[in-house]
Design a protein around this ligand. Structure first.
Ligand code: KG4
Ligand code: ZN
Length: 346
């Protein structure tokens, strides 16, 4: 069975073809980062309009890449939520229009389920059950995953998501949008002893997180800096602040993952979402894995951030369990707010 995946929940348009016999056939992505950069964040209306422009050229690209015709697609999976309403509407209407055109069923997929299952696209995927740390721009959650659709939320952020903390702190240091990769690069040359920032909820004895205080700590350091404005702070000292921030957030994320593994007795940890691309987080988790004797799995870098492959794959996994999950019902609705808890029942 060949599933076409369509992702358009935020600022990336992603399409992909996944074959349940042969694996991922092709995928194509357009990132709108350059377009939103000037505004310091995603502008929803611009995002929607750009998804419209990109969807069909990307479709041609994935069909060409796989050497397939559109009518060879068996089902179309699209991101139904959560995300920006207008952006989601573009992907879902494109998916439903294509389904209607070729008389094939469509299926709405949960964006976070796409992220959660993305490490299974790797050549050596983890077996169930595992602990998953979902760290993206909008979410930070620790889950126990027993199978496709079997997710138990262990804890989540009470305020800012990890990616949001990266982006906001990067902005405070005068770095561009999205700031995650930039602050991470800058931190590499920073002195780990120069700024010791708080580790929020490190000892909270649960699996919840809170990152807004950490961002405020960065703000306080910048405000109280002798130079007063960030533009005058030396590159080295900016790197020191970046290092203080990255070390704090990585410490908390790593400690909570280790605690969740200990609590459940599981030995496999899966990292998903954009912050999963972070080199310092990967290094800390790899070290903890050796020390505490567990295995850690990451999606390929290109599948950490939003992409169509994870949506095609999640759709295909759903259809393998329940072939009737996709329907020739093209009256799409999107779910900008949608908890992963609600999709537990298949
Ligand atoms: O999963 P994703 O593409 O989108 C959402 O669904 O939110 O994640 C995007 C987030 C952004 O906040 C971005 O700054 C962060 O992931 N990110 C990183 C890195 N690469 C992306 N954060 C830290 N280090 C990175 N290397
Ligand atoms: Zn995402």
């Amino acid at each position: 069975m060949i599933v076409l995946g369509v992702e358009s929940s935020c600022d990336e348009t992603g399409l992909a073809l996944y074959d349940t016999e042969r694996g991922l056939l092709s995928h194509a992505l357009h990132s709108q980062v350059a377009m939103h950069e000037a505004y310091g964040g995603v502008v929803p209306e611009l995002a929607s309009r750009d998804h419209i422009r990109r969807a069909l050229p990307l479709l041609e690209q994935v069909l060409d890449g796989a050497g397939k015709r559109l009518d060879e697609v068996d089902a179309i999976a699209y991101t139904q939520g959560p995300g920006l309403a207008g952006a989601l509407l573009v992907g879902s209407s494109v998916a439903c229009a294509l389904g209607l055109a070729i008389d094939k069923p469509v299926l709405g997929v949960h964006h976070l389920e796409g992220h959660l299952l993305s490490p299974l696209l790797a050549p050596h995927p983890p077996a169930f059950p595992f602990i998953a740390l979902l760290v993206s721009g909008g979410h930070t959650q620790l889950m126990r995953v027993d199978g496709v659709g079997q997710y138990e939320l262990l804890g989540e952020t009470l305020d800012d998501a990890a990616g949001e903390a990266f982006d906001k702190s990067a902005k405070l240091l005068g770095l561009g949008y999205p700031g995650g990769p930039a602050i991470s690069r800058l931190a590499e040359s920073g002195d780990p002893l120069a700024y010791k920032l708080p580790r929020p909820m490190l000892h909270s004895k649960d699996f919840n997180f809170s990152f807004s205080g950490l961002k405020t700590a960065v703000l306080t350091v910048v405000k109280n800096h002798p130079e007063k404005i960030v533009a005058n702070i030396s590159e080295q000292d900016k790197a020191n602040i970046a290092r203080g921030f990255v070390d704090a957030i990585v410490d908390v994320l790593t400690a909570k993952c280790v605690a969740a593994l200990k609590h459940t007795g599981l030995k496999r940890l899966v990292i998903a979402g954009g912050v999963g691309a972070n080199t310092q987080l990967r290094a800390a988790l790899d070290a903890a894995a050796v020390h505490k004797k567990f295995q850690v799995f990451y999606p390929a870098l290109e599948f950490c951030t939003d992409n169509g492959a994870m949506i095609a794959f999640a759709g295909a996994m759903r259809l393998q369990i329940n072939p009737l999950a996709a329907k020739k019902d093209y009256s799409f609705n999107v779910r900008p707010r949608w908890s992963l808890d609600e999709i537990r029942e298949i």
